[in-house]
Write a protein that binds this ligand. Sequence first.
Ligand SMILES: [Zn+2]
Ligand SMILES: [Zn+2]
Length: 280
Amino acid sequence: MFLADYHVHSCCSFDADSKARMSEMARAELKRGVTEICFTDHCDFGCQETIQIGPNNFQLPKSQAHQFIDAMERAPEGIDIRLGLELGEGNHDTARAKRIYAMPEYDFILGSLHNLRGEKDFYYIEYESLEQCYELYERYLDELIELASIPCFDVMAHIGYCLRYMHKRGFEAELTLERYGDRVDTLLRTLIENGRGIELNCASLVPGGHADALLMPFPSVPILRRYRELGGDIVTVGSDAHNVKSAGLGVAEGYELLRENGFRYVATYRHHKAEFKRLG
Ligand SMILES: [Zn+2]
Ligand SMILES: [Zn+2]
């Protein structure tokens, strides 16, 4: 069965908790049966420790270029390797984000939001009450809606993922259709109208991933279904692996989940153009 992992980090990401090079990640992915991967290291406008591109120079960062060439040379036969980026907070600097998107070196860009304007990264926020979590989701959705119409990414990453960190602090504040249905519909419709897809992030779908106590994907299954109901059909699947141990973890299960929910195709990308592979 064809498997593609479109959310993979290497040691080019500041938070990669192993020092795995792209070539090592590729080898580990192939062992799990993944035959196409796209490296999406972090470029977060809200976090200076990540790769920074622009505002003046829009060349491929040296660290990524070296690793990618090395990976192409050393990776085992049988795995197709693409270069992408996880671009965080594109809506905080639209002009810069659009120029990054126009760089010819990337096949694919994930659009993420890891921190709201004036807030810390969701990872670092001190969650103290359910009300606070619900209020953060409202602002998160408002910013995602803003981001959805900016031509600076192909696929929106991990919608609702902040639950990973809220859950760790004991707050089960899920982003549900019951509570946020109107905003979620606006978000999904905006993505669909603009030809952008969503990612099914599998980092906490199976045991062994990060925040695996949740055992759910991002977005949640009801939001994934809603996307389909509204006519959405562009979905990439990603492990969001930051180390060799979790490389490709959950991708096969993610494909299964897509099938169970009526999807027939999964997307891969070349030069920001979606290609569709039939789901087994
Ligand atoms: Zn992310
Ligand atoms: Zn990521």
